[in-house]
Design a protein around this ligand. Structure first.
Ligand SMILES: *[C@@H]1O[C@H](CO)[C@@H](O)[C@H](O)[C@H]1NC(C)=O
Ligand SMILES: *[C@@H]1O[C@H](CO)[C@@H](O)[C@H](O)[C@H]1NC(C)=O
Ligand SMILES: *[C@@H]1O[C@H](CO)[C@@H](O)[C@H](O)[C@H]1NC(C)=O
Ligand SMILES: *[C@@H]1O[C@H](CO)[C@@H](O)[C@H](O)[C@H]1NC(C)=O
Ligand SMILES: *[C@@H]1O[C@H](CO)[C@@H](O)[C@H](O)[C@H]1NC(C)=O
Ligand SMILES: *[C@@H]1O[C@H](CO)[C@@H](O)[C@H](O)[C@H]1NC(C)=O
Ligand SMILES: *[C@@H]1O[C@H](CO)[C@@H](O)[C@H](O)[C@H]1NC(C)=O
Ligand SMILES: *[C@@H]1O[C@H](CO)[C@@H](O)[C@H](O)[C@H]1NC(C)=O
Ligand SMILES: *[C@@H]1O[C@H](CO)[C@@H](O)[C@H](O)[C@H]1NC(C)=O
Length: 455
């Protein structure tokens, strides 16, 4: 057998050798393809942790303070806010709540006299709105379910409420931790693990002179997956430069296709006489986007323009446009990866923080709006955009306008990946690169672009 095969072996191994780099890169790339599980390379530990602190045993149960911490660097929960659910293990009821409420009371007919706040086996909790009477508030409550991201505003990255549970265990041996936690924001995307009993939380008094502790504590960790949240992208990137007249638009049909005969009315023309009725008509308070008709049909477009070239510096303009008539994006943020972020010199009218300041790679930045100035990205229309400019210092050893180097490697809007145009369409420097080289770059980068959306 071996002898028979051997004549053909050299040929095979030669072609394998040629293919090796490609195969290797495919292996590396495929290891990056995530399944539905949430792994974000730029925020590998990002999660929302829900902590239950039992503060007091009562004759038939306990009082717990529940706090949700948003440990995600750049993903926040904006209006209309979070919805939290769980399933009781026994016949527990909620006697009362402070700082939140259940959406339904359920069937409490087995109770006489005092009627519980909620008797459902799987209660659904929502935050109270700002302006809730003082006696129904606790710290970190009543923000309409809005939770900021950890980098953007750590002081507002938590949300709390208090729950008084009855018909429950009254010692740490008999209490049963709820199961099957669900967190919606308000749509799908988060997956919560099982509650884990952990060391009781310690609380230090404000003057730092006394420490108290919870009677019992359990934690639940929820992680986000863009794939679970929506099957199609919600954001795309367009590019332009001072050195080439071409404006590279978002890829056609990135987020959907226009003129889909089987789904008419899936977008509205900006100058349509029906715009007002479409925007204010039925579904006004729906959170499915109503987008302006564009070739890409995305609710959000990020435009990167290479604006100026100085001797030692270069300048980029970044504009975000909202095409969704049904959404004002509050506390929006961008995450951008570009090798020159390690030499950022100045950023105008956005806040900035380096997301990867350690480990030698310093190429990812988080940008967000300046409070009361441009932190609100208004609904589609004349005010539906925000913009800013960045000044980078050139590092002579890496800087080039060739081969699309000046364009971002990836962009997230509010934590969701924005689809980039295929690299072969990037505006070129006049006379850039050989055809063969370009064809190769095109082939590989098409695969990469496709993969990046799923990362
Ligand atoms: C959740 O995030 C916190 C803060 O980044 C981290 O310490 C913790 O390990 C994370 N939990 C999980 C289960 O990843
Ligand atoms: C339950 O309480 C006892 C003391 O009353 C303590 O020793 C034990 O560690 C507690 N268990 C848990 C899981 O908190
Ligand atoms: C968990 O909750 C979800 C949604 O509330 C429900 O569809 C599912 O059946 C529940 N699973 C269990 C094991 O209770
Ligand atoms: C439980 O959650 C709290 C708050 O996020 C955190 O400080 C604590 O370390 C967590 N405990 C464990 C064991 O993960
Ligand atoms: C039209 O919409 C339907 C339903 O959403 C979808 O299955 C189909 O692929 C769309 N066609 C085009 C050309 O986008
Ligand atoms: C966006 O905000 C403006 C001004 O606050 C308001 O008039 C408009 O109704 C809001 N649009 C949506 C879709 O919430
Ligand atoms: C990364 O870049 C930021 C902003 O330019 C800078 O403050 C930080 O020191 C840099 N870190 C490293 C390791 O270069
Ligand atoms: C750019 O940043 C890197 C890493 O922070 C540093 O080593 C390099 O000297 C900087 N280049 C210039 C031109 O400032
Ligand atoms: C501008 O870039 C496009 C690629 O997007 C290229 O086809 C064209 O030749 C470039 N224009 C010039 C003047 O080089």
């Amino acid at each position: 057998m071996e002898k028979e095969l051997s004549p053909s072996m050299p040929a095979v191994s030669r072609s394998v050798a040629k293919l090796a780099p490609l195969l290797l890169s495919l292996v590396v790339l495929s290891s990056l393809i995530p399944s539905t599980e949430a792994y974000d390379a730029l925020d590998p530990n990002g999660n929302i942790t829900i902590k239950w602190d039992v503060m007091q045993w009562t004759p038939d149960g306990y009082v717990a303070t529940v706090t949700m911490f948003n440990f995600q660097q750049y993903r926040h929960i904006q209006a209309p806010g979070w919805t939290l659910g769980w399933t009781w293990q026994k016949k527990e009821v909620i006697w009362s709540m402070v700082g939140a409420q259940t959406t339904e009371q359920g069937d409490c007919s087995r109770f006489k006299g005092n009627i519980p706040h909620c008797c459902k086996k799987d209660p659904t909790i929502v935050d109270l709105l700002p302006g809730t009477p003082y006696n129904m508030q606790i710290a970190n409550c009543c923000k309409g379910g809005v939770i900021n991201s950890w980098v953007q505003d750590p002081a507002n990255a938590a949300s709390s409420f208090q729950v008084s549970v009855g018909v429950a265990g009254t010692t740490n041996k008999t209490v049963r931790v709820p199961k099957n936690f669900t967190l919606r924001a308000p749509g799908p995307g988060y997956t919560c693990g099982a509650a884990k009993i952990v060391k009781p939380t310690k609380f230090v008094t404000q003057d730092g002179r006394r420490t108290t502790q919870a009677l019992m504590t359990w934690n639940v960790t929820c992680t986000y997956s863009q794939f679970l949240a929506q099957k199609t992208p919600t954001c795309c990137v367009s590019l332009s430069s001072f050195y080439n007249d071409t404006i590279v638009n978002c890829p056609t049909c990135t987020c959907g296709c226009q003129n889909n005969a089987s789904q008419p009315g899936s977008c509205v023309e900006a100058d349509s006489p029906y715009l007002a009725s479409a925007v204010n008509g039925p579904g006004k308070y729906s959170y499915t986007p109503l987008v302006q008709c564009t070739t890409h049909m995305c609710p959000i477009r990020v435009h990167w323009h290479v604006k100026l070239n100085y001797k030692d510096y270069w300048r980029v303009k970044i504009a975000i446009t909202n095409f969704n008539y049904r959404m004002n994006y509050t506390q929006w943020n961008l995450v951008i990866q570009h090798p020159n972020f390690d030499n950022i010199t100045e950023i105008f009218s956005y806040n900035y923080k380096s997301l990867t300041p350690y480990g030698g790679i310093n190429d990812t930045a988080m940008l967000w709006g300046v409070k009361y100035y441009n932190d609100l990205l208004m609904e589609a229309g004349p005010y539906g955009n925000v913009q800013s400019e960045i000044l980078f210092k050139k590092d002579p050893s890496t800087f080039t306008f060739h081969q699309g180097w000046a364009f971002p490697r990836r962009i997230y809007f509010n934590g969701d990946n924005c689809v980039m145009p295929p690299p072969d369409s990037y505006p070129w420097l006049p006379n850039a690169g050989s055809r063969l080289m370009n064809a190769l770059v095109v082939a590989v980068s098409a695969v990469v672009t496709w993969l990046l959306f799923y990362i």
